[in-house]
Design a protein around this ligand. Structure first.
Ligand SMILES: [Zn+2]
Length: 364
């Protein structure tokens, strides 16, 4: 691929290092999710970008250390940014609270003596919140036609071919980004009734329990951060609901680990799901920093907005070449691909409902 060849040429020539000196800023916050073996190719899938192979991840540590970065927590990164300290730093962050963060990430951190931040949605740990994105992925993968039910409507999607699956998964994902809590509940119940897919069971299978979270906390290597309670899109909630999610998740972590979290990550993190109101609520709750998924390195000016820090997504087949290009601030984000995070679409504003052209919506 041309894009990949271009990235390799940039790294081989050292252009990324030159660019980093100009545009790379003091450091970067990197975003990961699951840690595990690379998924086998073959069938259609949508969420492979959420998984990072342990050996690839260890390679990222080598690359960052080799480039002179110190590996710090998100809170350390925000404090260094605020103090304007010299020296480059990278905060490796892992979202949601996946079980493999305990089983596979912690041993890598121990091997390197490196620190990281794990942002935990307490509803996954408490087994009260569904992971709808894996449920939708399975429904789309296994069916030629998918329906998503909201309280007053049934949205129908043709999902027979691989192209249709990719396009319709993207449409459905954006629909969920705009869902109020009652709509998410109805859609998740519909997936179970219509397709036998249990999004709560998926979360149960993939998530840590509280003893895992405490083990990470007590390792001294992992900062536990907040990521709300139910992992719903905050901008689609009332202020009271959003506050309950942000502050409730924070209080739950404090109660279960004995340590109030200082770092926060907005679920989904794109502009359509994070409003200025939510940025204010994260500050009000007492978090020192909060991260979005605006894909770029930190700049010194970001110190003025510690509750809207950018973060660079990595996962799937991203390798150290991609890492070096992205921490240099040279773009090549996830724009245009089917990755989960799409900060380049921020300009579109709030998540749009599916149009009649893509979804045959009928009253129900
Ligand atoms: Zn998340």
């Amino acid at each position: 691929m041309l894009k990949r060849a271009l990235k390799q040429a940039i790294v081989a020539s050292g252009l990324d290092r030159a660019a980093r000196a100009v545009a790379g800023g003091p450091g970067a916050v990197l975003m990961f999710h699951q840690v595990g073996p690379a998924l086998a190719g073959g069938g259609w899938s949508a969420n492979e970008g959420l998984t990072t192979d342990p050996e690839v991840l260890a390679g990222f540590f080598d690359t960052l250390l080799g480039e002179g970065y110190q590996l710090v927590t998100a809170t350390d990164a925000a404090r260094r940014l605020r103090r304007g300290e010299g020296g480059r730093f990278a905060a490796l962050t892992f979202d949601d609270g996946y079980r493999d963060n305990h089983d596979l990430l912690l041993p890598i951190l121990e091997r390197y003596g490196a620190r990281a931040t794990v942002y935990v949605a307490t509803g996954f740990i408490d087994r009260t919140a569904p992971m709808w994105w894996f449920g939708v992925e399975r429904a789309v993968a296994e069916n030629d036609r998918v329906v998503i039910r909201t309280p007053n409507r049934v949205h129908e999607f043709a999902t027979a071919t691989a192209d249709e699956k990719t396009a319709r998964y993207e449409t459905i994902r954006r629909m969920f980004y705009g869902f109020a809590p009652a709509e998410t509940r109805a859609a998740v119940e519909g997936l179970k009734r219509d397709f036998g897919i249990d999004c709560h069971e998926i979360a149960d299978r993939l998530s840590m329990d509280w003893s895992d979270v405490r083990a990470l906390d007590r390792s001294g290597l992992v900062e536990i951060g907040g990521h709300t309670a139910s992992h719903g899109p905050l901008a689609a909630m009332t202020e009271a609901e959003a506050w309950g999610e942000i502050d409730g998740g924070r209080r739950r972590i404090a109660a279960m680990t004995g340590r109030a979290p200082l770092a926060f990550a907005y679920p989904y993190g794109i502009a359509a799901t994070v409003s200025e109101r939510d940025i204010g609520l994260a500050a009000k709750a007492g978090f020192e920093s909060a991260v979005t998924t605006e894909s770029r390195p930190l700049r010194s000016g970001d110190a003025e907005r510690p509750h809207a820090l950018p973060r660079i997504a990595l996962g799937g087949d991203d390798d150290w070449v991609t890492l070096r290009v992205r921490i240099a601030g040279l773009g090549f984000g996830r724009a245009g691909d089917a990755g989960w995070y799409a900060p380049h679409r921020n300009a579109e504003g709030p998540a749009s409902r599916p149009s009649a052209a893509t979804a045959g919506s009928t009253a129900a």
